[in-house]
Write a protein that binds this ligand. Structure first.
Ligand SMILES: NC(=O)c1ccc[n+]([C@@H]2O[C@H](COP(=O)([O-])OP(=O)(O)OC[C@H]3O[C@@H](n4cnc5c(N)ncnc54)[C@H](OP(=O)(O)O)[C@@H]3O)[C@@H](O)[C@H]2O)c1
Length: 229
């Protein structure tokens, strides 16, 4: 990853922290973004924090304009921004929850994709790796809004893969099951954490897809379910 410029969205999140550190460990220059990201979140001199709200077109474009101005190129987009809502049947899902799921899980990736595809195409071997969810393929009762937003996101990524293969750009989406994050441990303290997906596993897969060997994988939706299959 030496010489590569990587944009990690959700860089201070439960998964994004691992992804950012994995790219830094691999020698990349990493720009981490989220609404509250700070320079002090990572100690490496190769890390830059660019706070942004990416659920809007303006926020995503302003972010990518800053990346272009400061780094001159973009090689990899690792998109981890997303969020969960559950506990309501479709009949009971309120407008606010449905819109929040669309903003977090679908609009964010749409705006970031539109802003980053042009510079990623220019490199001739750009890489997009996005985080979907197991729920994108396997809907469950009470998680309809989340599931629908992630399914639509998978469709977007696979379309981007088809539309940009001429430029050597690959786009893939990883579908984790429940991950072993601090938030999940707090929310489900009696669960068997050993069955959950380790965020470090997902981070390794992302850096692998971003590397040279990743050129042979395009348009994939990759299940990573841990031992809870
Ligand atoms: N955790 C799981 O078990 C699990 C399972 C399957 C799939 N996933 C997916 O994996 C991804 C990461 O999950 P996670 O548990 O790491 O989530 P998380 O800890 O909640 O992290 C979400 C990240 O997104 C940022 N963010 C949220 N809204 C944003 C916005 N509008 N603009 C910019 N940044 C925004 C947050 O930072 P700020 O608050 O500073 O903006 C944070 O960095 C998500 O896409 C999630 O749906 C998670």
């Amino acid at each position: 990853m030496q010489g590569k410029v990587v944009l990690v969205t959700g860089a201070n999140g439960g998964l994004g922290t691992y992804v950012t550190q994995a790219f830094l460990d691999a020698g990349a220059t990493v720009i981490g973004t989220s609404r509250r990201i700070q320079r002090s979140d990572f100690s490496s001199p190769s890390f830059t924090a660019l706070p942004a709200e990416i659920s809007s077109r303006e926020g995503a474009h302003a972010l990518v304009d800053q990346v272009a101005a400061r780094f001159g190129k973009l090689d990899v987009l690792a998109h981890t921004v997303g969020g969960f809502a559950g506990g309501q049947s479709i009949a009971d899902t309120d407008d606010v929850t449905f819109q929040r799921m669309l903003d977090l899980n679908l609009n964010s990736v749409f705006h970031v994709l539109r802003a980053t595809i042009p510079p990623l195409r220019q490199t001739g071997k750009g890489r997009i790796i996005a985080i979907g969810s197991r729920a994108a393929l396997e809907p469950g009762a009470g998680v309809g809004a989340y599931s629908a937003s992630k399914t639509a996101m998978v469709s977007l990524i696979r379309t981007v893969a088809l539309e940009n293969k001429d430029a050597g750009l690959t786009a893939n989406v990883i579908l984790p099951g429940t991950m072993d994050t601090p938030t999940n441990r707090k929310a489900m303290p009696n669960a068997d954490f050993s069955k959950w997906v380790r965020p470090s596993t997902v981070a390794s897969l992302i850096t692998w897809l971003a590397g040279d060997a990743g050129k042979d994988i395009n348009g994939a939706a990759i299940p990573v379910y841990g031992s809870d299959v």
